[in-house]
Design a protein around this ligand. Structure first.
Ligand code: GLP
Length: 260
């Protein structure tokens, strides 16, 4: 686990975009795992910029999103399909049929979740997964108590998550109670993971995830067991980390061949 502390979300986004850019350049048909929420917005902005500057070609890329609200159609402004369309897909040359977001209106939710897992396998697995972090420690929508061996499935959102996400809706009672999310084990199967967390509001949970015990009660803590994770945080989100100075020293002393 590599903890990278930067002054601002923009610095984290620039580094994350360079890592994604290198992968997309080097691997024809790279498979990206994508996240929603406010955290990845600067990252997507940077990817769009690189694409516009002619530096990044997404025509061979396939994407899988982590999650979607049950009950929202893809053209609903609060759906994650809509978010992805607005924040990234409409501004890059990814082929629409290669973008996957769970279907919040699926009739057979269970069958849809199994097919989603199969589609990931059929594409050769996810090369790089982008993650944000819920204030309750969730990744995707794997709420506290989620099985660390879970796969794509229906979940019930916690009250805390519904409160946190109410800002995107007109009223809290419009926030769906259920979602479809990749499981914790689905995320752990991804070959490389970049987690982003910004601001004071994420400081306590980021410390639990990185330095606390591995526990289903903090689903993000399982990333401690993944062999290739980079955690990009700004100074505010790093404020509760015990080893903060050490992480900074490690990053400052990185050999040039490891830089990005
Ligand atoms: C949602 C998403 C998560 C995201 C989290 C954090 O609940 N399902 O994937 O990481 O929100 O949101 P934000 O980035 O807005 O803080």
């Amino acid at each position: 686990m590599e903890v990278i502390i930067q002054p601002s979300p923009a610095d984290c986004a620039a580094m994350g975009a360079r890592i994604i850019g290198k992968l997309v350049e080097q691997k024809a048909g790279a498979v990206l795992g994508l996240a929603t929420g406010s955290t990845p917005i600067p990252l997507y902005g940077e990817l769009v910029r690189l694409h516009r500057d002619g530096q990044l070609d997404f025509s061979g890329v396939t994407s899988f999103n982590l999650d979607e609200y049950i009950g929202l159609p893809g053209d609903h402004p609060c759906s994650y399909r809509y978010f992805m369309q607005q924040e990234l897909f409409k501004d890059i040359n990814i082929k629409p049929d290669r973008t996957h977001v769970p279907d919040g209106l699926a009739d057979d939710v269970d069958g849809h979740c199994k097919a989603y897992e199969q589609a990931i396998l059929d594409c050769g697995g996810i090369d790089l997964q982008v993650l944000g972090l819920g204030t309750d420690g969730h990744i995707g929508f794997n709420e506290p108590g989620s099985s660390l061996g879970s796969r794509t499935r229906i979940k019930t959102l916690t009250g805390k998550t519904r409160e946190d996400n109410a800002r995107f809706f007109e009223r809290i009672d419009e926030v769906p109670r259920h979602c479809i999310t990749m499981g914790v084990a689905t995320i752990m199967d991804c070959r490389q993971i970049l987690l982003f967390a910004f601001g004071e509001g994420k400081a306590e949970i980021i410390a639990e995830a990185i330095e606390g015990p591995v526990s289903a009660m903090v689903p993000a803590s399982v990333l401690q067991m993944h062999p290739d994770v980079k955690i990009f945080i700004d100074d505010a989100a790093a404020s509760c980390l015990k080893q903060r100075d050490y992480y900074k020293e490690v990053f400052a002393g990185k050999p040039s061949w490891q830089s990005f």
